[in-house]
Design a protein around this ligand. Structure first.
Ligand code: PMP
Length: 390
């Protein structure tokens, strides 16, 4: 039986860049110890009090169908957090609870784009972006950023392709680059969106992990609330990746339609997960800082290690749990370097190319292992690069 174009061409063919990740997994399965710096997941598990709340909720009977838009308590908690942190008045009618940020990305594009519409996104990008856009039968079109701009998008580059497009997807703090968009960058983006009548889809799942600069939600910029969807998640801020709980914030009319969409796609998020999430949010910013602290610490370690050599360059890593390293001085591609490093040193990092052409000659290093092992891996990586450059 024939399958739909939509499903069979979702990844756009070609390599999706995960070859190295799979190769590292194979080596580990075969008994070779590999230092794993590929995946964006904390090296801690969900905190016990959150799990206790989840358990109590389930034991208390919250195991049936939950309200499709999300529980009132969680929608209110997300709305309050958003109002307080961005200054944009937000109520539960602006909030749809989703099974993770990924589902919110899909819902936002489904709301913004009709089949065949052009949906813009910024390169380098989080791996699922083009496939998410294809998943709603829209057409992905990337906008390249530049290493010399620390991967901050230029409004003029967006304007060039904005004519005739329907939406623009951005992500700050950024995976894979660690870049936090400046006020000037966001003002430029807002100007293009309003003048070209684009929906802005702002992926802010790393909003609690900012090490330099300030997280600004573009929904708070003049005229943007009516054309902006914000994607949020418990995954990164509260180390709850496996709980699959996130949200989409948008204009009330859009959220009303998206609730109908959720009825016909996800049918909501488990009630006990939502209760645990509302509890986790009630623990406030101090808890979020605790979850982010290991990444801030390892970023400082990385800056110290990198300061002692001249071969590997670093993009400032202003936020999120990644370092973007520039290894162009070795003359190698990110793909070749990552492959050789895995073979020779048993260290697995992601080639920049797997996040788009703009990150060619770079590596993404996840700061997701214990400090001493992280430092040792970076020292080895730098020595390896120096030997290659020589
Ligand atoms: N956006 C970005 C930029 C991400 O890195 C991730 C997870 N790696 C997601 C969205 C989706 O996360 P989740 O579905 O777990 O909320």
């Amino acid at each position: 039986m024939a399958l739909s174009q939509r499903i069979t061409t979702l990844t756009g063919g070609g390599s999706d860049g995960w070859d190295l990740f799979l190769k590292a997994r194979e080596m580990i399965a075969a008994g070779t110890p590999v230092t794993e710096l590929t995946i964006g997941e904390h090296d801690i598990r969900t905190a016990a009090p959150i799990l206790q709340e989840m358990h109590a909720s389930a034991m208390g009977g919250h195991t049936g169908y939950a309200m499709v838009p999300g529980t009132d308590a969680l929608r209110d908690a997300v709305a309050l957090r958003t109002s307080e942190r961005t200054g944009v008045p937000t109520t539960r009618d602006n909030v749809l609870i989703t099974p993770g940020g990924q589902s919110a990305l899909f819902a936002a594009h489904a709301a913004a784009c009709d089949p065949g519409d052009i949906a813009l996104f910024i390169d380098p990008y989080y791996a699922t972006y083009p496939g998410t856009i294809r998943g709603v039968s829209a057409v992905p079109r990337s906008i390249q950023t530049r290493a010399e701009d620390a991967f901050q998008p230029r409004a003029a580059d967006i304007a060039v392709v904005a004519e005739g497009a329907t939406s623009l997807l951005i992500n700050s703090p950024n995976n894979p680059t660690g870049t936090v968009y400046s006020r000037a960058t966001l003002d430029g983006i807002a100007e293009v969106c309003t003048s070209r009548d684009l929906w802005l889809i702002s992926d802010e799942v790393y909003d609690t992990q900012v090490w330099e600069g300030q997280h600004i939600s573009p929904r708070a910029l003049p005229g943007m609330a009516e054309r902006t969807f914000v994607v949020g998640s418990m995954s990164k801020s509260h180390a709850m990746t496996g709980s699959r709980c996130g949200w989409l914030i948008g204009p009330e009319a859009a959220i009303a339609n998206l609730i109908t969409f959720a009825t016909h796609t996800t049918y909501g998020v488990p009630g006990f997960v939502q209760d645990a999430s509302a509890f986790a949010l009630s623990r406030g910013t101090a808890f979020e800082a605790e979850i982010g602290a290991p990444f801030a610490r390892r970023r400082a370690i990385a800056q110290r290690v990198l300061a002692g050599q001249n071969t590997v360059g670093q993009i400032p890593a202003q936020g999120a749990m990644y370092l973007m390293l520039d290894i162009r001085a070795t003359g190698m591609s990110g793909d070749d370097f990552a492959d050789a490093l895995l073979e020779a040193e048993h260290i697995a990092v992601m080639p920049g190319e797997s996040f788009g052409a703009a990150a060619a000659g770079h590596l993404r290093v996840a700061m997701t292992i214990e400090d001493a092992a992280f430092e040792a891996a970076l020292v080895t990586l730098c020595r390896f690069a120096e030997a290659r450059a020589a």
